[in-house]
Design a protein around this ligand. Structure first.
Ligand code: 4NP
Length: 151
């Protein structure tokens, strides 16, 4: 079993989408039993809220349902609980590194690894940002599944 926590700032736009896309991919690959997945935000403003309607919409455009997710903040226990904490951008990567102690630092990675890129925050922009986020997240999830697939 491999456990992954997808992390952005608010846990209402990017990380719920990444969790939903990756869940969809592992189900398609028949590997759902092999992964424990969750998402969280480094900020707490949206705690308990469903994903942003624009994230729900872009996911559903690609036949993925993320409507049941609820936002939560990263908890101290997450650094023990998860094998990898995957940050959507360098700001959240830095925030996770500040919170983690030395023993957990190897678990903290940028989500988009090859090449190392941010998923830009789509929250304040207009429509396109969510399509761009989805496409980058899809690419990241494909790479991640290749890297973590049991052999
Ligand atoms: P997310 O997007 O980090 O992808 O969930 C954001 C959502 C809300 C805020 C910022 C980013 N906010 O400032 O409320």
């Amino acid at each position: 079993m491999t456990s992954l926590l997808f992390v952005c700032l608010g846990n209402i736009c990017r990380s719920p989408l990444a969790e939903g896309v990756f869940r969809h991919k592992v189900r398609e690959a028949g590997l759902a039993h092999h992964f424990e997945l969750d998402s969280a935000g480094t900020g707490a403003w949206h705690e308990g809220n469903p994903p942003d309607s624009r994230s729900i919409e872009i996911a559903s455009k690609y036949n993925i349902d993320i409507g049941d997710q609820r936002a939560r903040q990263v908890l101290p226990g997450d650094f023990d609980r998860f094998d990898y904490l995957l940050a959507m951008d360098h700001d959240n990567l830095a925030a996770l590194r500040r919170q983690a102690d030395e023993t957990h630092s190897r678990k903290i990675r940028l989500f988009l690894q090859h090449p190392e890129l941010d998923i830009p925050d789509p929250y304040y922009g207009d429509g396109d940002g969510f399509e761009i986020a989805y496409q980058l997240i899809l690419r990241g999830c494909n790479t991640l599944l290749k890297d973590l697939k049991p052999s």
